[in-house]
Design a protein around this ligand. Structure first.
Ligand SMILES: *[C@@H]1O[C@H](CO)[C@@H](O)[C@H](O)[C@H]1NC(C)=O
Ligand SMILES: *[C@@H]1O[C@H](CO)[C@@H](O)[C@H](O)[C@H]1NC(C)=O
Ligand SMILES: *[C@@H]1O[C@H](CO)[C@@H](O)[C@H](O)[C@H]1NC(C)=O
Length: 270
């Protein structure tokens, strides 16, 4: 097994070579005036007169299949850090998702100023160099040491400082599953108080060389989520550039566990 530092370096290099999207490609969209991102989306029309900064382009895995293109206007880009929760129905069963908890940090305004290598490195740096921004369950269970305190999982908003990023990143909001297990994104620090409640529209495997995470369980899939009707100001969310979060092997029925992960989240409205 490779030492962790080497794994990170290998992973970062490999991601770079598979990411061909150019985030600086010039585009403009007349309908983007309400967007946090002052520029365009994949539906944009070319406009040579534009002086607005280029819109970031959703990352691609570089594999044989990619997530469908986003329909709407890019509203925000975040990097999330938290846990994926799982449960087991039997020994050797594939664990099933029980939800997730993550703090979302705003990278909307800095994303385009980073190199594609730096963009891809953000979740890895967040996962491997900063503490989980959650209250953990006490007493700590040595077999499930990343479980959150179920009654009180959130800590007070605190900026995070990442190596290679000049400014501290501020909290945009929280990601969690609500009581009916609907993936929810509450961007309570956004200017418009954005809320997304949605379901999976499609998913693709993370690149084979994605960071496998703290527990070496692999990177969770990249996902496209669509609005389920209760969202405010958001219609689609993408989870991309994932690091960690994959399930452990199941040892017994009823086993529950939490796995640290980080990812980029891209928020759209159409
Ligand atoms: C689970 O897999 C292990 C290793 O292959 C095997 O020894 C064990 O019997 C399996 N348990 C069940 C319940 O299938
Ligand atoms: C797991 O995630 C769910 C959904 O967000 C959350 O309600 C629950 O408290 C979490 N459990 C643990 C042990 O972290
Ligand atoms: C995006 O547009 C495509 C093609 O019109 C459609 O099939 C898809 O359902 C749309 N996605 C969302 C989330 O609205």
């Amino acid at each position: 097994m490779l030492p962790q530092s080497l794994l990170v370096a290998v992973s970062a290099l490999a991601i770079t070579t598979t990411t061909s999207a150019n985030p600086l490609g010039k585009r403009c969209d007349a309908s983007s005036t309400t967007s946090v991102v002052a520029a365009a989306t994949s539906t944009a029309t070319a406009n040579d007169e534009t002086t607005t900064p280029a819109a970031p382009t959703l990352p691609v895995t570089g594999g044989t299949s990619e997530l469908p293109a986003a329909n709407g206007t890019l509203i925000a880009v975040a990097v999330g850090h938290g846990i994926q929760n799982y449960t087991c129905t039997a020994a050797n069963a594939t664990a099933t998702s029980l939800g997730a908890l993550a703090v979302l940090y705003d990278i909307t305004s800095i994303y385009a100023s980073l190199s594609s290598d730096e963009q891809d490195q953000l979740p890895i740096t967040l996962l491997r160099t900063t503490d989980l921004p959650l209250n953990l369950a006490e007493p700590l269970d040595p077999d499930n040491q990343y479980a959150a305190d179920v009654a009180d999982p959130w800590i007070a908003d605190a900026d995070v400082t990442l190596d290679g990023v000049d400014e501290p990143l501020s909290v945009l909001g929280h990601h969690f599953f609500d009581a009916s297990l609907t993936p929810t994104f509450d961007l309570y620090n956004a200017a418009d108080n954005l809320l997304f409640k949605g379901g999976k529209l499609s998913g693709v495997k993370a690149p084979a060389d994605a960071d496998p995470g703290i527990l070496n369980t692999g990177a969770v899939d990249w996902l496209q989520l669509g609005d389920k009707g209760a969202s405010v100001g958001l219609t689609e969310v993408y989870r991309v550039v994932t690091a960690g979060g994959g399930a452990l092997a199941c040892a017994e029925a009823g086993q529950v566990f939490s796995v640290p992960y980080a990812a980029q989240y891209w928020f759209y409205d159409s």
